[in-house]
Design a protein around this ligand. Structure first.
Ligand code: ZN
Length: 635
């Protein structure tokens, strides 16, 4: 049971209506943080971009009401949906809007308190106004391409819970439920969600491009601490003036022309990156695709990795990580960039040598010889790269004998793309995990079964592509979940193995200092740590940090730590902090923190503490020399 707190609007940014107009519910994410985003909504947005919404739910699960249900709020904008058998253009007239506090970057979590409040409120409204499941939607469903909110929200699970046991709800066959959950997991791992009738999905599926890797943002949105998102930045303008939406899949990127309102034009085909000849257009697309994976470096035509990529794109797939540095042993550093189907690495300083993860694994198995690398070293290197990949993408360590890990590697499903999730399908708990070429599901004994604990024998896998096969096959064999075991009889069965490796202890450290180039060498010893706020979002800050040499470290809101510059160089942000005589730029290590310093999520605070402690120990810096705060230098 929840309280709904009426706060109302500060301006009359809504239209009077009647309760019988309410035929659908639209969920949004604010792309901001509480309380700034609520304040912004109550004020009705900005001049020229008037907005309003009926409900707002913050991350603690508090529900606020801004506009009465009967009145028409302005939350959906240009939108279209089938409502009670007719096409509605402009869904505000017939809908209620619910905003969720979330950064809408696909990585910001929706905490259990907020999720539960959203379930409760939606269920109440569904019952009160008799809304059918088809008419509970996300903004991204009714404005596909133009909007991505609420990015990362567990949609299929949410719908199942909202409509659980309501009278008159036809239950989908279990295999269809499983299929929908798997697709939901895959598209959320790529940073948004799968809109209904999404043309990219159709093309990707029929041409076997694998799973989505990124729903591309053409350029990082400028800092708007409290505003609702304007997803128009998703549209990429090519040098010839044409405008496209781009979605990156494991094997290739797809793009489609958009009309004046940024929705996909249906009169033009969806095209593939690999079909375009070398041209300024292709370079712009490549730059945007690499920039999405690596905001610091983007696409560098002169780099050995990226030239290798162009020559082997079919085998590597699309980029999914920064180009960063890994340390195998003291003095044994490699540069590494992960792609959807393979990873590249190169010993630092020897750019002419490029190894692929798949080759290193074969060398470790004794199948091939790699020049300059022993079998033992190959095994160590493969483990290092895989552990880095799993840690970055899944929140878990790489464990070679874990069932899902071994299965995915043996079946060559490519990189893991996101965390494993548990879903209840017709009452049966399953773990679902997205890989580059497929989503894999595995039955669990109980919904809360720890994934790093050995399973009892007899737990088969299912693969999304099998479920997406020809309709005939689909309806004949996999109608009942209880028969999944027979359907996938030829696939391996887990015997006393864990599903995945153990959860990682810390958020990863991504070392990109190698690519920052040289800088101004410091002339004094390090004796101070400065922690400063950076407005964010991370993609924008990282993009600029590289050029401006502002900071040594950057920590984003998920707690991921980036090492941007070698400590022996000066970070410019320290200039002008403190008294001139202190010369802090010559003495300080600078850590930038995404957002403000007083309203940081716990995971980010924890990461700051861990890094500061580590740097204190490493550089022998006392507590009194750790300073945080604004650029005026007060601690
Ligand atoms: Zn929205």
């Amino acid at each position: 049971m929840y309280q709904i707190e009426w706060v109302g609007m500060l301006r009359n940014h809504f239209k009077p209506g009647t309760p019988d107009r309410i035929r659908m519910i639209v969920l949004h994410a604010t792309a901001g943080t509480y309380p700034g985003d609520l304040k912004w909504l109550r004020q009705g947005g900005a001049p020229g971009r008037e907005v309003s919404v009926h409900y707002y739910i913050n991350k603690s699960g508090q529900i606020f009401q801004l506009v009465a249900d009967r009145d028409i709020a302005w939350h959906a904008g240009i939108s279209r949906w089938e409502v009670d058998g007719r096409t509605v253009i402009g869904c505000n007239e017939v809908s209620l809007g619910i905003e969720l506090e979330n950064r809408n970057d696909g990585r910001d979590p929706y905490p259990p308190e907020q999720y539960a409040a959203a379930c409760w409120l939606t269920r109440e409204l569904v019952q009160k106004y008799q809304i059918p499941p088809h008419q509970v939607v996300r903004h991204l469903d009714i404005s596909p391409g133009r909007k991505t909110d609420p990015a990362g929200f567990p949609w299929q699970r949410f719908l199942a819970e909202v409509f659980a046991d309501l009278p008159g709800q036809p239950a989908l066959p279990p295999a269809e439920q499983l299929r929908q959950h798997m697709l939901d997991v895959a598209y959320r791992a790529a940073g948004s969600g799968l809109p209904a009738n999404w043309p990219f999905f159709t093309v990707a599926r029929t041409t076997h491009l694998g799973m989505p890797v990124t729903s591309l943002v053409a350029r990082p949105p400028a800092p708007r601490p409290a505003s609702a998102p304007d997803d128009r930045e998703r549209v990429l303008s090519l040098p010839d003036g044409t405008r496209y939406l781009v979605e990156v899949y494991a094997r290739d990127a797809l793009f489609a022309a958009v009309g004046p309102d940024d929705t996909i034009r249906t009169d033009e085909p969806v095209r593939r990156l690999s079909d375009i000849p070398a041209s300024p257009q292709r370079l712009t697309l490549l730059e945007a695709i690499f920039r999405a994976a690596d905001p610091i470096n983007g696409f560098q035509p002169g780099w050995a990795f990226h030239q290798y990529f162009l020559a082997h794109v079919g085998e590597l797939g699309m980029p999914i990580s920064h180009n960063h540095r890994l340390t195998l042993a003291p003095g044994w550093n490699v540069a590494c960039q992960h792609f959807a189907l393979d990873s590249l690495c190169s010993p630092v300083g020897q750019w002419q040598i490029i190894y692929r993860l798949s080759e290193i694994r074969r060398a470790a198995a004794g199948e091939i010889l790699l020049a300059g690398i022993s079998r033992d070293r190959a095994a160590q290197l493969a483990h290092l790269i895989l552990d880095d990949l799993f840690t970055l993408r899944t929140g878990r360590r790489y464990q070679a004998d874990a069932a899902l890990v071994r299965y995915a590697l043996d079946e060559e499903l490519g990189a893991p793309l996101g965390q494993a999730e548990t879903a209840l399908i017709a009452g049966v708990p399953m773990a679902l995990m997205p890989f580059a070429l497929d989503v894999v599901a595995c039955r669990l004994p109980t919904p809360d079964w720890p994934l790093d604990q050995p399973l009892p024998p007899g737990h088969p896998f299912g693969r999304l592509t099998t479920l997406l096969g020809p309709r005939r096959q689909f309806t004949s064999g996999i109608v009942r979940l209880s028969r999944l075991g027979h359907q996938f009889g030829s696939l391996p069965v887990i015997r006393n193995q864990p599903v995945l490796g153990p959860p990682r202890q810390h958020r990863p450290l991504i070392d990109v200092s190698l690519f920052a180039g040289d800088g101004e060498l410091r002339r004094r010893a390090i004796d101070t740590i400065l922690v400063v706020p950076a407005p964010g979002p991370a993609s924008l800050s990282l993009c600029n940090a590289h050029i401006e040499a502002h900071w040594h470290y950057y920590i984003d809101h998920t707690g991921t730590i980036f090492r941007l510059r070698n400590e022996r160089y000066v970070a410019r942000a320290a200039r002008g902090i403190g008294l001139p005589a202190e010369q802090l730029d010559q003495r300080a290590l600078v850590i930038a923190v995404e957002g403000s310093l007083d309203n940081t999520p716990p995971v980010l605070r924890q990461a700051v503490r861990t890094l500061v402690r580590w740097l204190q120990r490493h550089f022998q810096i006392g507590h009194d020399r750790v300073r945080s705060g604004s650029l005026t230098g007060d601690s």
